[in-house]
Design a protein around this ligand. Structure first.
Ligand SMILES: C[C@@](CO)(OP(=O)(O)O)[C@H](O)COP(=O)(O)OP(=O)(O)OC[C@H]1O[C@@H](n2ccc(N)nc2=O)[C@H](O)[C@@H]1O
Ligand SMILES: Nc1ncnc2c1ncn2[C@@H]1O[C@H](COP(=O)(O)OP(=O)(O)O)[C@@H](O)[C@H]1O
Length: 289
């Protein structure tokens, strides 16, 4: 039974797609400068948070093959605690729906949800820019989820301009392959000198995901599933893979293709959203307080 004095907050951690992904250069610290469009999806992990007054951060549930101290929900809670010096602690947990290592940003989104949720629950009242700075220390993909809007992104992914994108339906296929982001960024054959695009060039510019050709050569299952989805619509890979996606004007059109996805791959349909469902959910909890 729910404790009415110390309720559990259940907050969404939505997925993202990279509608295109270019590398424009490499920085001295080894990170790469990117240009990308982050499309947020109404399809989420669920993060649960409850207050502890003993200062302890404890993971209640999460991925069994990720140690609690390495889990991005625990790392995000610890980063906020270290920054603010709060005496509070929290029970943190995540029910995973988003495939791990699929390029749809699940771990990063879990971290962002934990950060924003605990900032409110612990009444830290950090500014947006402070939260964005903490987010960037947790991973290049975390700031977009803290910001909460589909966006054009530059830098390592933290320099964001909100975009108003068509709210279409995406069919996303996970071909059952785990791809390490760090490993792909170190590939010798990666194109790292794409010309700089202007925001207004999108979506008409000649854009691609520079990781796609590299992944296709190494992971035959990704190549096979991209070929399969391309029979129905323009199919692309997101992030460093392994998920791929195609857009449809209506839910019904996406459902027709979903039905045909071979059993060997998992797949889901998600609505494109311009505003993160997290911002809406946080507002509900804030209004209740
Ligand atoms: C490629 C992208 C595109 O959205 O997404 P994913 O495919 O991982 O979802 C992101 O840039 C990934 O962001 P994220 O997964 O948070 O990466 P991080 O944990 O910060 O970095 C993992 C490793 O990737 C490399 N890295 C990451 C981002 C970047 N701009 N340049 C890099 O060189 C670094 O080697 C780093 O050690
Ligand atoms: N809460 C979490 N959810 C998913 N992955 C996590 C989490 N915490 C840590 N990780 C680690 O992050 C890596 C992949 O993260 P994920 O965000 O799923 O993939 P991607 O960066 O491809 O979108 C994995 O190596 C996983 O072990």
């Amino acid at each position: 039974m729910e404790n009415p004095i110390n309720p559990v907050w259940r907050l969404p951690a939505p997925a993202k797609l990279n509608l295109f992904l270019h590398i424009t250069g490499r920085r001295e610290d080894g990170y790469h400068n990117l240009q990308t469009v982050f499309q947020l999806l109404d399809y989420s992990d669920q993060v649960s948070l409850s207050l502890r007054d003993d200062g302890v951060i404890s993971r209640t549930n999460g991925l069994s093959d990720v140690a609690p101290k390495d889990d991005l929900i625990v790392r995000a809670a610890q980063a906020l605690k270290d920054y603010t010096g709060t005496g509070y602690g929290a029970n943190v947990g995540v029910e995973k729906l988003l495939p791990v290592g699929g390029g749809i940003g699940g771990g990063s989104s879990d971290a962002a949800t934990t950060l924003l949720g605990l900032n409110a629950m612990w009444q830290c009242n950090l500014s947006h820019s402070e939260l964005m700075s903490i987010a960037a220390t947790l991973g290049a993909d975390v700031p977009v989820f803290v910001n909460g809007y589909s966006a054009w992104a530059e830098g390592i992914g933290e320099d964001l301009t909100a975009l108003d994108l068509p709210e279409v339906w995406f069919l996303v296929i996970h071909p059952g392959v785990f791809i390490s982001t760090a490993k792909l960024f170190s590939s010798e054959v990666l194109t790292r000198d794409k010309p700089i695009l202007r925001i207004r060039d999108f979506p008409d510019a000649d854009s691609e995901n520079v990781f796609e050709s590299v992944v296709r050569k190494t992971y035959s299952e990704v190549d096979k599933s991209l070929n399969w989805l391309s029979k129905y619509s323009t199919a692309k890979m997101t992030g460093t893979g392994s998920c791929l996606f195609a857009s449809f004007e209506s839910l019904q059109e996406a459902e027709v293709v979903l039905e045909k996805v071979p059993d060997e791959w998992s797949a889901f349909i998600a609505k494109a959203v311009n505003t993160s469902p997290l911002l809406k959910a946080l507002k509900l909890y804030a209004d209740k307080k």
